[in-house]
Design a binder for this molecule. Structure first.
Ligand SMILES: Cc1ncc(COP(=O)(O)O)c(C=O)c1O
Length: 379
């Protein structure tokens, strides 16, 4: 018997939700920004209530118990032996991406960014005074992956950093060990640091997530791993994430680059993270079951629509849609007018594509899919 009810709709309109307020006063179902419409686990909610009842919210250190829990979680889930000193708490993974771009290389060096990808990847190199080298990913066997020849061709002596999104947003790819090893070989040859954004690693629907530093032990000292409970346990508004950096000089450079710019994590972020990782396995297993059904429903229905072609995601609650076959000038606007708010692929480096967030009640998702099908049938 399931403990959690993900079918009940919770009104998020009065909570200053970014996702819902964007379409305030409009009948548009918001399936865009990456958070889910579900309540956090009972354990997270009661840990937060207890912390709030304490009533004093001063500057807060990372609790020892949280650091121990992270070390245990990394060992249990990924057979990764991490020393607590390798872990650097952060208020957000985007901060981690930007700090990585500042910490590695020198001004004018270049940072490789596989495309499509989560939009802040595009801003981070320039904000750090670095060039961005875009490299197109390819679709093989209904997965987005790397084109090894074009990666190799685009690396030159100025390339210092590779920004990897694993699992991949927006494609949902769970990279295989062999793919990560190919990347590692490239990083070794060209002495690149890999910043591996693994924020979606807890949301694997199929297969197994392997941290880049685990798949490639011989280059583990060239890897900055970024993780967080935010996507997995649906607590992104609470701002806790962390970097794992085994190499002392690289970690020191990272800490120096964030100094005075990136704030410390807040007390509630730590509290929620501990309750999420330590006590919320049941919630996670049930939410993954729910998401798998939502993914299958979305994939099945939209794949049958003329003009749309989809990748079936192996992870995340996001599905990547190629809408170029509709010949619409602006597919995102078309669906918005039809009452469904999707993310426009142009922000991910892929105009003509869309990203749909199926992390919501099945009823709401069904209503949105009905609207999309109806709109397309009138084309
Ligand atoms: C790949 C990826 N990295 C980072 C983030 C955001 O991280 P944060 O909110 O911790 O800055 C997201 C959110 O969608 C994401 O998909």
């Amino acid at each position: 018997m399931a403990v959690y009810d993900f079918d009940s709709e919770i009104d998020r309109r009065k909570s200053s939700s970014l996702k819902w307020d964007y379409y305030k006063q409009r009948d548009v179902i918001p399936l865009w920004v990456a958070d889910m419409d579900f309540k956090a686990s009972g354990q997270v909610i009661s840990a937060l209530k207890n912390r709030v009842d304490h009533g004093v919210f001063g500057y807060t250190l990372p609790p020892d118990e949280l650091m121990d829990t992270l070390v245990t979680m990394l060992k249990t889930r990924y057979a990764w032996d991490v020393a607590p000193s390798w872990i650097v708490p952060l208020p957000g993974v985007v901060s981690g991406l930007n700090v990585s771009c500042r910490a590695v290389g020198k001004p004018g060096d270049s940072v490789m960014v596989p495309v499509p990808v989560y939009p802040p990847f595009f801003d981070a190199p320039a904000l750090a005074g670095k060039e961005m080298v875009r490299v197109e990913m390819v679709q093989r066997k209904n997965r987005l992956t790397f084109d090894w020849d074009s990666l190799e061709n685009k690396i030159d002596s100025n390339t210092c950093l590779f920004l990897l999104c694993s699992p991949h947003n927006p494609g949902g790819t769970v990279f295989r060990e062999s793919e990560l090893r190919n990347l590692a070989a490239m990083a070794k040859t060209h002495r690149l640091v890999i910043c591996s954004d693994e924020i979606h690693c807890g949301l694997v629907l199929e297969g197994r997530h392997i941290p880049t530093a685990v798949a490639c032990p011989d280059i583990r000292d060239q890897v900055i791993t970024l993780m967080a409970p935010s996507k997995t346990y649906n607590i992104p508004g609470l701002g806790f994430s962390f970097a794992i950096i085994s190499d002392n000089p690289l970690r020191e450079a990272f800490i120096r680059a964030k100094k005075g710019v990136v704030p410390e994590v807040n007390a509630l972020g730590y509290t929620a993270a501990l309750a999420a990782y330590r006590d919320s396995d049941t919630w996670l297993s049930e939410v993954l079951d729910y998401l798998r059904i939502n993914r299958d429903l979305t994939y099945k229905r939209l794949s049958q629509c003329r003009g749309l072609s989809l990748i079936r995601p192996e992870s995340t609650y996001l599905i990547w849609i190629d809408a170029r076959g509709t010949r619409l000038d602006d597919p995102a606007l078309f669906f918005e007018k039809a009452g469904v708010g999707l993310s426009d692929g142009k922000y991910f480096g892929a105009p003509g594509f869309l990203r749909l967030n199926f992390g919501c009640s099945r009823l709401l998702l069904t209503r949105a899919l009905d609207r999309m099908e109806r709109a397309l049938s009138h084309l």
